[in-house]
Design a binder for this molecule. Structure first.
Ligand SMILES: [Zn+2]
Length: 108
């Protein structure tokens, strides 16, 4: 499961950065095109956090909508799947929506 490895990476990064403090809240940015389900991520996060400094922390997920620009006509379109073609038939280049990163965390 993809979310499990993502959650475990987030927990590890936060526990490392906390430097022994307890983590209260973690805010992550998840792009619409990152192929990560927020519900599954939340579940895996709680599981991975057990027994670490991140245990019991709240996970805030900020979803970033997908957006792409067209190489042919220069148009900007909303994108909800990683693949798409512009109305003009041009190739779409994803400019936003692949984010998967920790934005901030709150420690005690
Ligand atoms: Zn186009």
């Amino acid at each position: 499961m993809h979310e499990l490895s993502v959650a475990s990476a987030i927990v590890e990064a936060c526990a490392g950065r906390a430097g022994g403090a307890r983590v209260l809240r973690v805010t992550v940015e998840v792009g619409e095109l990152a192929a990560v389900s927020p519900d599954a991520l939340r579940f895996c996060f709680d599981t991975c956090a057990q027994g670490t400094a991140v245990a019991g922390a709240e996970l805030d997920i900020v979803e970033i909508p997908g957006r792409a620009t067209c190489d042919a006509c220069g148009g900007s379109v909303a994108l909800s799947s990683p693949y798409g073609v512009c109305a003009c038939g041009g190739y779409l280049r994803i400019v936003r929506g692949r984010e998967l990163r920790v934005r901030e965390m709150e420690v005690v």
